[in-house]
Design a binder for this molecule. Structure first.
Ligand code: HPA
Length: 280
């Protein structure tokens, strides 16, 4: 289940061969229900995930499977329209692949997005939450295995994982778009089951504001590789046990469908703020 660097290198070479000119400064990983945000970017070209060695098609409704070479606000961007998850059981190679490719092509900024269950009682369905920090409750870690220099030191620091400057730029973008932006700690569980009410009660005491099954692996890898990370969750439901009703993926995709105009304008405005501030 450890990362296969041979496969990652083949993926990189296939992308370089398809797009020899590509030099993305920014990356965007679109999670559950976020796919349509990609349509707002200016698209240069696309590759189906199936055509990238080691990536393969995402197995989840609400996830497209395309790498998009795009641009917005003058920032060349690789948009990963759909993500691969640990719970899909194919190991860490497909999950780490976007980060490996972005790093090797010189990317310095990454936005990771997801759908999440709200634990914080101030949150409402449809809220957007900037991730201030995370808790890895997946009982798994993508960097277990032989050390590879792309991820920096053996024990990467995570004190400032979610970049403060990018978070400020996101908050500024939200104010300009008149969008209420919540902030909080994202907890990743492995899935694929939703959590039990008892788990959610305990995660709340740990300091989690929202819960999901993704994002943390990519954020840890990007941070280790020296890419500045910003994370954005769409709160699609109340976490298990908060309401006396079961959870379903349908409710997740429906909530993102309703919040889509907000999600799109925030991401585009944020790209504008990054461009204006300059990429140091
Ligand atoms: N739990 C885990 N993952 C999720 C949830 C949830 O409540 N909502 C959306 N993704």
């Amino acid at each position: 289940m450890t990362i296969s660097y041979d496969v990652l290198e083949r993926a990189l070479q296939s992308i370089k061969q398809a797009w020899p000119e590509a030099k993305p400064s920014c990356g965007l990983i679109l999670g559950s229900g976020w796919s349509d945000v990609a349509e707002a970017f200016t698209v240069k070209s696309t590759i189906a995930y199936e055509d990238i060695p080691g990536l393969g098609a995402p197995g989840v409704v609400g996830h497209s499977g395309r790498l998009i070479w795009a641009e917005h606000a003058g920032l060349e961007t690789f948009v990963f329209q759909g993500r691969r998850h640990w719970y899909e059981g194919e190991g860490w190679t497909p999950v780490s692949l976007p980060i490996y490719v972005l790093k090797k092509l010189g990317c310095t900024r990454l936005m990771v997005t997801n759908a999440a269950g709200g634990i914080n009682s101030d949150f409402q369905v449809g809220d957007l939450m900037v991730i201030t920090d995370h808790i890895n409750a997946m009982c798994a870690h993508p960097l277990i295995g032989k050390a590879n220099s792309i991820w920096g030191p053996r024990f990467p620091d995570q004190t400032y994982l979610y970049n403060a400057k990018l978070r400020d730029q996101l908050a500024l973008a939200a104010r300009k778009c008149n969008i209420r932006l919540k902030q909080g700690v994202y907890l990743a569980a492995s899935g694929p089951t939703y959590e039990t009410p008892a788990e959610i009660r305990s995660y709340k005491t740990w300091g989690a504001d929202a819960v999901g099954m993704s994002t943390v692996p990519e954020a840890m890898l990007a941070n280790a590789a020296g890419i500045k990370v910003v994370g954005l969750s769409c709160i699609t439901n109340f976490a298990a046990g908060i309401l006396d009703q079961p959870l379903s993926h349908k409710e997740v995709t429906e909530a993102t469908r309703v919040a889509m105009p907000k999600m799109t304008s925030l991401v585009l405005q944020f790209w504008g703020e990054m461009a204006e501030a300059g990429l140091d």
